[in-house]
Design a protein around this ligand. Structure first.
Ligand SMILES: [Zn+2]
Length: 296
């Protein structure tokens, strides 16, 4: 589902209120939960205060709480859409971010667009209103949905699908990159550039970026590296010395301003990467090299 497949004047904002349940008509409470790395979603349906239906699903482990909250509201609207007997519905969620996403007409998330489509269909024939409700203040329906969503996380297998969020895709890629690096590291007699600074592959994942990797592997936009592959005529930096990764970080006069900000124990190079500030400085140096080295 892509919002750009619709003309902007048909982009929709679903409003939400802040009323508490009043045990009138049909009231549906929804919730999403993440516990011990597992994700669950649930909805409970009340008719004049009596529980008449409930649903729960376990989502794949990569699903976020936000996705579980969204799925809860989707289940509620599916109930509304399929319901032939009633025409007035209130749907409650304690997830303000989900309701805000639904009320934002330019939100581009596919799962939000899917709900908006469903809502658009429903309101042609029925009356439905979304509400934000405060969590954990004893609203019976909210507590029941919360308990059911937690229960759903304990189902033996996921029984519903959601797309991987951008964040979880990034995490998968990062993990994979580390695995490849690790394999390379353990199998290879090369990588001694890296060995100076890291005794084993164990850098905090959040510290790794493409520039730091170039410094650590020595494979990057360095004249020395390009020259090795006969891509350029000289391995030298414009300052005249050999232009490899270490040169730019330790010797090149062009980067001295940044270099002087590094704080670490000179007798123990592995302390270099223990500080986030150092990592940022090195990344800036390599970024500068990338920008100023000729494209080949
Ligand atoms: Zn230089």
């Amino acid at each position: 589902m892509d919002i750009y497949s619709k003309h902007p004047n048909r982009w929709l904002s679903i409003p939400f209120g802040m009323e508490d349940p009043s045990f009138e008509n049909i009231e549906i409470c929804t919730d999403g939960s993440k516990m011990n790395g597992k994700t669950g979603t649930a909805m409970v349906v009340y008719y004049h205060g009596t529980l008449i239906d409930q649903r729960k699903h376990r989502l794949p482990n990569h699903a976020t709480v936000f996705q579980a909250e969204v799925m809860g509201i989707k289940m509620a609207l599916e109930f509304v859409n399929n319901s032939a007997a009633w025409h007035r519905f209130h749907v409650f969620s304690d997830s303000r971010s989900t309701l805000q996403a639904l009320s934002n007409e330019v939100n581009t998330s596919p799962c939000i667009a899917e709900i908006k489509d469903l809502y658009e269909t429903i309101v042609k024939t029925k009356w439905v209103r979304l509400h934000w409700i405060k969590a954990h203040v004893g609203h019976e329906g909210n507590e029941a949905a919360d308990a059911l969503a937690k229960e759903a996380t304990e189902l033996p297998h996921p029984d519903a699908q959601v797309a991987k969020s951008r964040g979880s895709v990034n995490k998968l890629l990062r993990d994979e990159m580390i695995q490849i690096w690790k394999k390379h590291w353990n199998a290879s007699g090369n990588g001694r550039q890296t060995a100076k600074y890291i005794k084993e592959v164990k850098v905090h994942k959040h510290l790794i970026n493409k520039y730091l990797l170039q410094f650590l592997t020595g494979h990057g936009r360095f004249p020395y590296y390009f020259h090795r592959f006969n891509l350029i005529n000289s391995p030298n930096c414009s300052c005249g010395q050999i232009g490899d990764a270490d040169h730019y970080v330790w010797q090149c006069p062009s980067t001295s301003n940044l270099r002087n900000q590094l704080v670490f124990d000179r007798n123990n190079p592995t302390t270099l990467l223990e500080s986030r500030e150092n990592v940022q400085i090195i990344s800036k140096i390599i970024a500068w090299v990338c920008e100023t080295t000729a494209q080949v």
